[in-house]
Design a binder for this molecule. Sequence first.
Ligand SMILES: Cc1ncc(C[n+]2csc(CCOP(=O)(O)OP(=O)(O)O)c2C)c(N)n1
Ligand SMILES: [Mg+2]
Length: 185
Amino acid sequence: MRHAADGALAHQRAPGPPAGAYVAGAYIPEGLRLLHLTDDSAEAGRAPVGDILGWNLPAAVGLALAERDSGRNRQVLAIIGDGSLQFSIQGLWTAAQHKLPVVFVVPRNGEYAILKSFAVLEETPGVPGLELPGLDIVALATGYGCAAVEATTEGEVRQACKDALARSGPTVVVVPVAPTVPSLL
Ligand SMILES: Cc1ncc(C[n+]2csc(CCOP(=O)(O)OP(=O)(O)O)c2C)c(N)n1
Ligand SMILES: [Mg+2]
């Protein structure tokens, strides 16, 4: 099954880091272009905060705090896998408490896809623990005090991000994507 939202998110997977650990904690103008939300060609700051699990979410929150403290007040958009999100999900509470304008886009494939890809590369079939079923990420994010919505089509992803940008606090946009095992080579 291929989900309509796959196309919307495919662009943040290439040519950057492999699917998985990434998060782009990219500043909004860059993030918007990645998500095809705008053709804005204005100069964008870019601060990838990516490949170490548990780092990406708090790094995005820290960026937003720094933007506020410095008076630049640029919004932060972070793209965080559903597995990666669990490593430091409590940072959503910090974002909510400080009313930080961060948009967290979470592609939800219900698995650690990148590790499945590594298992194929390393010819190690049957690696356990790579499935992530039953996570209600909208409920989790709401519980930490964030606005949260599921967006299932490219248009819905765009709209959800635009709505998020109009808020003063954090928003989590959960995007269901098809579980796949992309080739690493
Ligand atoms: C501290 C740390 N531990 C382990 C890894 C290995 N690792 C890379 S991606 C990943 C899982 C990513 O899963 P998810 O965020 O759901 O993204 P997907 O691959 O499914 O798109 C893991 C465990 C890492 N990068 N950093
Ligand atoms: Mg995943």
